[in-house]
Design a protein around this ligand. Structure first.
Ligand SMILES: [Zn+2]
Length: 318
């Protein structure tokens, strides 16, 4: 039986159930939090996250993939506290999130300094996947990187290539944050492909921000999965447009090429905290699935996007 690493340990891939493929629990700048802690009450934030994830479990969601990596405030000890108090499976990631430069930590560390000649960040990603993250005993089960409207900067290219190398070395799949308006998904796939990545194990994240079906089909025809993943967080286009795009792709035979998610967070310090809006992991079940059904998307197609495609992404052999 193929197993997937979660915060509570390995889970059979058949037990993941409905899986939201790009979520966050906490996104924050750890340096700001430690120096200006007034805004962050650790116990209250953990309780709130447990409550929000509990609502999603009630709606039938079994698993979230938490795409929070270096640059977004990943803290596995905090996620472990949450995971211990909710039945939700939480899958965590490794990687680096930046739109431009690498963090200074990496700037003067190069592959020449490592015995294996791998980029030091590749070795860190591989260690997170194979050995666990920072003595927590929790293993990362996917890789995350980003390419936004700044395009393929030197820093972004270095991280994309290091993520692709870690994917090739470990078999862990990849999620890329992209900027569909500049079609950066195509650039990401080119770089990952050059490093030998299996594009069927890549989610091109934030593809749902695009209404350009030609672009989306061009991506999907490479074999990747399209992340239709910013539902209910106030990012344009609005729900009817997003649902129209998914229904159109389903009609053209691409239900096997899409996954769904919110890109929600229970706490994100990029904005003033709004408890009422934070961590809505049920919007897809409450609003999106009815809108898709109304547009002729079948139960089997919804099942593919929520269950079968995520399962295949994490465990391709099953
Ligand atoms: Zn995200």
């Amino acid at each position: 039986m193929a197993q997937v690493e979660t915060v509570r340990g390995p889970v059979d891939s058949s037990a993941l159930g409905s899986t939201l493929m790009h979520e966050h629990v906490f996104v924050l700048n750890e340096e700001i939090r430690r120096n200006y802690p007034a805004d962050f009450d650790e116990d209250a934030r953990v309780s709130h996250a447990v409550a929000q994830l509990g609502k999603a479990v009630q709606r039938g969601i079994g698993t979230i993939a938490d795409a929070t990596v270096i640059g977004l405030g990943r803290d596995i000890d905090r996620i472990k506290r949450v995971a211990a108090l909710t039945p939700m499976n939480i899958i965590v990631a490794t990687g680096i999130y930046t739109f431009s430069e690498v963090p200074f930590y990496f700037r003067y560390r190069s592959r020449r300094m490592t015995a294996s000649r791998e980029d030091p960040m590749t070795e860190m990603f591989v260690a997170d996947i194979t050995g666990g993250i920072a003595q927590t005993g929790v293993k990362a089960a996917f890789l995350k990187c980003a390419i936004d409207e700044q395009g393929l900067t030197r820093g972004v290219e270095r991280i994309l290539r290091a993520v692709a190398r870690a994917h090739v070395l470990t078999g862990a799949p990849v999620t890329v944050h992209t900027h569909p308006a500049s079609k950066s998904g195509l650039v990401a796939l080119r770089i990952l492909g050059e490093e030998g990545a299996d594009l069927s194990r890549v989610v091109v994240g934030h593809s749902g921000d695009s209404r350009d079906t030609d672009y989306l089909i061009q991506l999907a025809d490479s074999g990747c999965l399209l992340g239709m993943d910013r539902f209910g967080i106030g990012m344009p286009p609005s729900l009817p447009w997003r649902a129209d795009t998914i229904a159109a792709l389903c009609q053209r035979g691409y239900a096997g090429s899409m996954v769904l998610s919110h890109d929600a967070a229970c706490y994100i310090d990029w904005y003033p905290h709004d408890e009422a809006k934070a961590g809505n992991y049920t919007y897809i079940h409450d609003e999106v699935l009815p809108a898709l059904t109304e547009r002729g998307v079948s139960a089997a197609q919804i099942e593919a996007m929520l269950v079968a495609n995520p399962r295949r992404y994490f465990t391709p052999a099953t």
